[in-house]
Write a protein that binds this ligand. Structure first.
Ligand SMILES: CC(C)(COP(=O)(O)OP(=O)(O)OC[C@H]1O[C@@H](n2cnc3c(N)ncnc32)[C@H](O)[C@@H]1OP(=O)(O)O)[C@@H](O)C(=O)NCCC(=O)NCCS
Length: 199
């Protein structure tokens, strides 16, 4: 079954127990703590010194029909949310209902351990098997090699580049638009006749 029920038995590359679950408002403190690192917020379209209240509000009031996952590690000090990822419907209305946008962040000290990989697999399983999504798209700064490598590994391709797309730390930076189509787009209908007239 193509479930998006949280996979069990996950670990990071260094062997820490990892679980993926829907975020809760009480995760705001953990997310706020890691997202303010310059390596994280500056690669998102966010500003320095985010407020805890903003994250409480975001986690309490997610956009309608969005689907997010938090990655929680079991550390010696207790459970800690170290990553957040989600897919969000396009705002373009009826004709873009097949499109989801994706966003993702992992705490600096836990990057490179396969956490984004695990989140990506789960989000794409949701998009492919439950959300009637044909296209997942995202924008990524053109110099964010780590994120581009992750997205390419999961089937995204660079479809275009926006020059001087955003102002980041005193300079304009470009962004790539990346997209991934459902890997079985041409064989999604199974067991049905394509003729509409019942016999
Ligand atoms: C981009 C980001 C989400 C990756 O998270 P991560 O947990 O470090 O990634 P993973 O360890 O799961 O790596 C998964 C894959 O990404 C790619 N990758 C990771 N580090 C890479 C690097 N330095 N260069 C190129 N590709 C890299 C690889 O394909 C890797 O797979 P592999 O381990 O089989 O080679 C994380 O670095 C991050 O949160 N960055 C700051 C915020 C951000 O840039 N978000 C994306 C905005 S579009």
């Amino acid at each position: 079954m193509n479930a998006v029920s949280p996979p069990s038995g996950l670990t990071t590359k260094t062997g820490l127990p990892l679980s993926l679950r829907r975020p809760r408002p009480s995760d705001a403190q953990d997310v706020w703590a890691y997202i303010q690192a310059p390596e994280v917020f500056s690669n998102l379209l966010q500003l320095p010194h985010p407020t805890l209240e903003m994250w409480e509000d975001r986690l309490k009031n997610p956009p309608p029909d969005s689907f997010s996952l938090a990655a929680e590690l079991m550390l010696e000090s207790g459970p800690k949310v170290v990553a957040l990822a989600g897919v969000f419907p396009d705002k373009g209305g009826l004709r873009r209902r097949h499109v989801l946008h994706m966003g993702m962040s992992v705490a600096v000290e836990f990057q490179g351990q396969g956490i984004a990989d695990a989140l990506m697999r789960e989000l794409l399983s949701y998009a492919d098997n439950w959300a009637q999504c044909l296209r997942v798209e995202l924008e990524v700064f053109s110099d964010n090699a780590r994120a581009i490598g992750l997205y390419q590994k999961h089937g995204f391709v660079i479809e275009g580049t926006k020059r001087c797309d955003a102002f980041r730390d005193g300079r304009y930076v470009g962004s790539h638009i990346m997209g991934r189509l459902h890997p079985k787009a041409d064989t999604l209908m199974t067991g049905f006749s394509t003729q509409n007239t019942p016999k």
